[in-house]
Ligand binder design. Sequence first.
Ligand code: SF4
Length: 702
Amino acid sequence: MSGDKNKIFKSTCCYCGVGCGVNVTLEKNKTITVQGDKDHPVNHGMLCSKGLNLQYTVNDKSDRLLYPQMRYNKNMPLQRVSWDDALNRTAAVFKTFIDKYGPNSVAFYASGQCLTEEYYVINKLIKGFIGSNNIDTNSRLCMSSAVTAYKMALGEDSVPICYDDIELANCFFITGANPAWCHPILWRRVEAHKAANPDIKIIVTDPRVTDSCSLADLHLQINPGTDVTLNHAIGRALIEAGNIDSEFIANHTEGFDAYQQKVFERTLKESAQICGITISEIELAATYIGEAKGFLSMWTMGLNQSSIGVNKNLSLINLNLITGHIGKPGSGPFSLTGQPNAMGGREVGGLANLLPAHRDLSNEQHRLEVQKFWGGTTISGKTGLTATEMFEALHDGRLKAIWILCTNPLTSLPNARFAEEALKRAKFVVIQEITDKAETLAYADVILPAAAWTEKEGTMTNSERRISHLNKIIDAPGEALPDAEIICRFAKKMGYKGFEYNSMEDIYKEHAKLTYRTSINIHGLDYKQIDKSNTVQWPFNKRSESGTKRLFTNHLFYTSSKRAIIHSPSDQLNSELPDEDFPFILTTGRVRDHWHTMSKTGKVSKLKQHIKDAFMEINPADADFLSIEDNQVIVVRSRRGEVQVKAKISATIKQGVVFLPMHWGKILGSDLNRANNITSTIVDPLSKEPDFKYCAVNVEKF
Ligand code: SF4
């Protein structure tokens, strides 16, 4: 806490991965107000519309779950019970399934909004004590393609840049992202930099004309799914113009010869045709990149959420590698994290295929290290079920019990009707939630009320590896408890030793200890040190109190050869292609003022003003052909279901492509406007991230 007398506490915005610092004032009537933290290195006092309205989501308790509830069998109604009753029964059911069907019969599905301490104890519980790797989070829907590509290209899941590189870059390649709406405070910094330096070049690649395009020197309005072809074509143009860093390639990378061969497989003319742009646009992008002294590539879901998400990421990282733009000021590949603490989850190994501190689940030595540290059971080398696999396994009966916390998969998972059916078939469902509006509650056998942002303490890590300490400021309503405390209480009910923490900081210190001698080292870091430096970027050591701004400045990468790997990915798309019955390509995304499934932003009337209802964007030529009027209710169908929303006719979207926002579901409206009724179940084969940006649909008047 800073300024105890006036009750102002430091915290971090709980929405996106930008990680803006906020000052939270506790008023005498126990409500809070929120302002941007002027001393914070990320936002310097600025907040976007979502951050500015944070207090309303906290002060409005009308939808909060206040006490545990349980039903004794599927035919009985839920009833109020004590924490002990709820957790005793849950432990008894989990033990029964584990004894009868083995540890892989249970699973935890968590969230990129969990605090690091929460991730840590869930991961420790299932991997280190239950003996299964069935822990995945909604980060699988968000960043897993970037994680896999970083690991393949740089040796580990390590974002090399810092936000201060924005002001040092003179070329930005923003692709598959709309930061003007989705990462607004970083975008304010790009805007200010461009205003002060009009000569810097901004390239935006997107099938839609978004707000981010308003700042672009070049908008590449490519056909959906053609990113790898475009990136390879830019790579070819850079090589042909001699605009590559041959010394860096020779001394610090491997794989360039195969890459050169790959990118020369297509002529620029052929690539331009595939992408639906011109040769001169490709050449201009290559010129901007090739002439830059500092080159930042920025991307998010447009690349990650794809059947070839990893290939898209690799092809983009290649542009930084062949130009030597990594590990130096103003340069590097920069994945824009969707959620506030997806990075913290990756640090503790909180996904089905990870171990803490970037250790490798398939490495026996790494498993033994963690196992010895935790002192629990044998850690399995078998990758656990990923997000979509968990629901498939519930559907076909392989998985008996699921514990869902801090996420609302019935709006956010692809093919949501399948996920509904999976939860209906589950033998036992535990929902750990803050709101009584979550769609998952209808399927719960046990409901556990959780504390929300400002009601609990912990840490988060943003997109530039910056760790923030979030204070507990107010008490949670009713009997709601911090998520980590719920998990620890449950672990003790299961009879496991090692969950007797006295504070959240004890959990953090244990996590920090486990990072010793790894590339993300934060050994010795505690809340006091984070508070002293305001925030800390990993890796940290006591000589550099605020951590490390930039990685790979010595050009030694985390691969076994210490060289970065230039991969030669295929541009072959594995998505559901349009055909006669389903002739349009559907892509999904965000709107400016809402967050995920709107369980928080949906409570704020100001945030509902910007865009009130779900809609489908369609090009005027397509609307004319289908005789659709603006604002007319239409039906969008895929092979999996349908959506009914109003049409928004706009020349900002390419002909043959339609767009649906991903936020709407039962929380605000009806499940008929839920985009994920129709999205594809195809996932990237390596990252297992779903293909939210491409599936075949048809459109007709209602
Ligand atoms: Fe919060 Fe992101 Fe907005 Fe910053 S940019 S205020 S972190 S939602």
